[in-house]
Design a binder for this molecule. Structure first.
Ligand code: HEC
Ligand code: HEC
Ligand code: HEC
Ligand code: HEC
Ligand code: HEC
Ligand code: HEC
Ligand code: HEC
Ligand code: HEC
Ligand code: HEC
Ligand code: HEC
Length: 485
């Protein structure tokens, strides 16, 4: 006979008071629930008495402050004997300065506390990595209280409200030496008869800490002293940049391009077929003095050249033709050849790269491009041919003074990934720098991109205004007595 097994019958077999009966497991649970908090309390009290405050802390310290993990009071200054959950600015400043950024009064904002940007107890992180929010605190609205800022005033993040860089918004490159990047980036001849070569960016551009290029240099120019000031640039920037704490490595930026290192190997400054060498690459008066000296030495060594073949067409006055040969005095010979050489140099050689201007006696005006050889040589005013002047090169050393940029952090990328315009530019005045869109292809939020928070590219503290701090913190192991600060 089959037994009927209904749920009702089964339910009747269960003791409805089972949870009231004590079991060994339940007893253990009860005691544990009492004991564990008690243990924790005892431990906290014990750690507290032994001076280790880590237990109160909400997380581990940053890398820089890891050594302070047990030294709560260095930041949390006791107020009236009580622990303050706030870290006082004065505590931070007792160990190292955090100099001002910019005076906030002009834009109607108030200064932030150190801890609002340098938050602690977030684990072994870089506490200099301030959040976008901490910068946006002011930069999302610079000047709300009637003040005005010289800078873009609605920046919330690099993606939201950040302006295009000034160098790309404003003027062109003020550099005065002519250079056509496009023709120099295609295969090009090395001198009039030389083989075709392919120049690379590094044949002209190098950071300061890297030796200057040599492939197209000329040793006689590299070694030479020049009379002009080599750093007449940069064009003074509008504002003074904030100074970083770390010293520069010399690999951040490229140094100005020098004729001696990057051009002389192809662009020769030769002046006369009698000589292999070229004139010095220097101010015109130095060049003229060099020419006079060279021709004087030459004619002293070759006096037979004073007998010259005259150009029979020269005298058009109808007088009987002069003898076919003429003997010049050495002074005449030198004057004539110096003059011819100058004409070639000023008119063709130097003007390929430079703007030459002339300043005439009695006039303070500079008359550009008015060459004296266009004037009649009989005009007494121009007997003493004036020397041209070469405009200063005006190399811009820092294009983005309000940000920090470091080429050496980007050495894995080709130059044209950022300076693509260098391949097509035909004028020195073109700006070849990357704009914000180029940076944003890599510097963007998310794990598969490079850092895009403000601190990556900007300095906050102006370390030129730093105050020296007298150290007060002693290694715990060296302290006498207990807990002494
Ligand atoms: C290098 C400085 C520094 C040291 C050392 C330090 N703290 Fe902090 N602590 C901070 C900063 C910064 C904050 C952020 C609060 C603020 O805005 O001031 C903070 C916040 C706190 C808070 C509030 C909760 C929070 O996370 O905001 C507690 C609790 C705390 N700290 C406990 C401790 C204890 C306990 C120790 C020692 C074991 C300690 N701190 C050591 C800098 C420090
Ligand atoms: C007991 C001394 C001491 C106190 C107090 C202290 N620091 Fe430091 N801090 C250091 C030392 C040591 C370093 C590491 C060396 C250095 O970079 O100067 C450091 C480094 C830093 C750095 C640089 C981190 C990096 O990028 O390398 C920042 C930012 C900083 N502290 C901020 C603060 C702030 C904010 C406070 C106050 C909440 C504070 N510190 C309190 C000693 C201290
Ligand atoms: C608005 C945010 C902000 C405030 C407020 C702030 N800092 Fe900084 N701090 C930064 C940023 C961003 C950096 C990293 C960039 C730099 O070097 O300027 C930094 C860097 C530092 C450094 C390390 C510099 C280095 O290059 O190693 C120290 C030390 C420091 N701050 C201390 C302080 C102290 C002390 C205070 C308070 C008096 C303070 N900071 C207030 C944002 C801030
Ligand atoms: C307490 C307000 C305040 C905070 C916070 C602040 N700034 Fe500024 N910032 C200013 C003021 C004021 C100026 C100057 C405005 C002027 O001269 O017109 C300025 C100017 C600048 C400039 C342009 C001038 C220069 O020095 O290069 C940059 C870049 C800059 N801040 C970056 C930052 C970054 C990055 C942060 C966050 C780490 C930050 N700021 C946080 C107030 C602030
Ligand atoms: C990937 C690099 C990068 C990041 C990230 C970045 N900036 Fe900039 N920022 C620049 C460059 C480059 C300039 C141009 C500097 C110059 O022209 O001198 C600039 C210019 C500025 C200027 C001057 C603007 C003007 O009117 O000329 C301010 C202010 C500024 N940034 C604030 C910020 C703030 C705030 C953040 C974070 C929300 C930020 N930047 C993030 C690279 C960056
Ligand atoms: C034959 C020499 C030469 C070569 C090769 C050369 N440059 Fe230049 N470059 C110059 C000279 C000269 C200047 C003018 C200096 C200045 O404006 O600061 C210049 C200026 C620049 C500037 C800054 C000026 C501006 O207007 O933006 C950038 C950026 C630049 N070059 C990038 C490049 C890149 C990238 C390459 C390779 C694809 C390259 N150059 C190849 C000679 C050269
Ligand atoms: C590898 C050899 C080489 C080097 C290095 C070189 N150049 Fe040239 N450059 C030439 C040749 C060849 C020409 C003539 C190209 C033509 O007319 O097709 C030329 C032409 C020029 C022109 C005239 C361009 C035009 O638009 O007609 C200028 C200006 C110039 N170079 C400047 C420079 C400067 C400045 C440097 C150094 C920073 C330099 N070059 C380095 C080979 C070179
Ligand atoms: C192939 C191009 C090229 C030719 C040709 C050339 N230069 Fe230059 N020159 C440069 C470059 C590049 C600079 C910038 C930096 C440097 O080399 O010192 C310069 C700078 C100068 C300067 C300094 C300007 C300043 O900043 O004050 C003088 C002076 C000068 N050159 C004179 C001459 C004279 C004179 C000639 C003709 C004999 C000449 N140069 C021919 C490329 C050239
Ligand atoms: C990640 C983008 C990037 C790459 C890659 C890059 N540059 Fe630049 N370059 C810049 C920026 C941004 C500036 C403006 C820096 C400043 O002056 O503030 C600059 C400036 C320059 C200048 C002007 C002088 C100076 O340093 O300010 C020259 C010349 C130059 N770069 C050449 C090169 C050469 C050559 C390479 C390859 C070896 C290269 N760059 C690679 C972004 C880049
Ligand atoms: C092809 C990708 C790429 C582009 C484009 C690029 N960056 Fe970067 N940048 C990086 C990477 C990757 C790093 C991290 C390198 C490191 O710290 O080792 C970096 C680091 C930096 C740093 C920190 C350097 C340091 O001191 O550690 C600055 C500042 C910076 N970039 C500015 C810029 C600016 C401004 C632009 C645009 C003109 C730009 N970058 C364009 C990839 C890029």
């Amino acid at each position: 006979m089959a037994r009927t097994r209904t749920t009702k019958k089964l339910a009747q077999r269960i003791d409805l008071n089972y949870f009231k009966r004590p079991t060994p497991l339940k007893r253990a649970k009860f005691w544990l629930s009492l004991l564990l908090p008690l243990l924790a309390l005892v431990w906290i009290a014990w750690r507290g008495f032994s001076g280790d405050h880590r237990v109160y802390s909400s997380g581990r310290m940053s890398e820089a402050h890891a050594i302070l993990e047990k030294e709560c009071a260095t930041c949390h200054v006791q107020q009236a004997g009580a622990f303050s959950a706030r870290a006082a600015d004065s505590a931070c400043l007792a160990c190292h300065d955090g100099p001002v950024h910019h005076p906030v009064s002009i834009v109607g904002r108030k200064e932030l506390r150190c801890a609002e940007c340098h938050t602690e107890h977030r684990g072994r992180v870089n506490i200099s990595a301030a959040s976008n929010q901490s910068c946006a605190e002011c930069h999302s609205e610079l000047g709300p209280n009637g003040g005005t800022s010289r800078y873009a005033s609605n920046i919330r993040s690099f993606e939201d409200g950040h302006p295009e860089f000034t160098a790309l918004r404003n003027r062109g490159d003020p550099y005065t030496v002519r250079l056509n990047h496009a023709i120099h980036m295609k295969p090009i001849r090395r001198g009039p008869t030389g083989p075709a070569v392919q120049l690379t960016c590094g044949d002209c551009h190098r950071p300061a800490a890297v030796p200057r290029p040599t492939a197209y240099s000329d040793a006689s120019y590299v070694g030479a002293k020049v009379s002009y000031a080599e750093s007449k640039g940069p064009v003074p920037s509008v504002a003074i940049p904030l100074i970083r704490r770390q010293p520069a490595s010399g690999r951040e930026l490229m140094t100005p391009v020098r004729f001696a290192n990057a051009c002389a190997g192809c662009h020769l400054l030769t002046f006369d077929s009698r000589f292999d060498l070229g004139v010095p690459h220097d101010e015109p008066e130095v060049v003229r003095a060099f020419l006079i000296k060279k021709f004087q030495e030459y004619i002293a060594a070759h006096p037979n050249e004073l007998r010259e073949v005259r150009d029979p067409n020269r005298d058009l006055t109808g007088k009987p033709l002069l003898p076919e040969f003429q003997v010049l005095t050495p002074a005449q010979w030198v004057a004539e050849h110096t003059s011819d050489a100058q004409e070639l140099l000023w008119r063709k050689t130097c003007t390929q790269c430079h703007m030459l201007t002339y300043r005439f006696e009695g006039s303070l005006d500079t008359i550009p491009k008015l060459a004296p050889w266009l004037r009649s040589p009989k005009d007494s005013k121009f007997d003493q041919k004036p020397l041209p002047e070469i405009l200063p090169a005006l190399t811009t050393l820092r294009w983005m003074p309000h940000a920090k940029f470091d080429h050496s952090a980007h050495t894995g990328f080709t130059c044209v990934s950022c300076h693509v315009k260098a391949l097509t530019s035909t004028e020195s005045s073109d700006i070849l720098l990357p704009g914000i869109a180029t940076c944003q292809t890599c510097h963007a939020p998310g794990p598969d991109h490079a850092e895009s928070r403000c601190f990556e590219c900007h300095t906050y503290h102006d370390w030129s205004k730093r105050k020296e701090v007298t150290p007060r913190f002693t290694l715990p192991a060296l302290r006498t007595g207990n807990g002494g600060h």
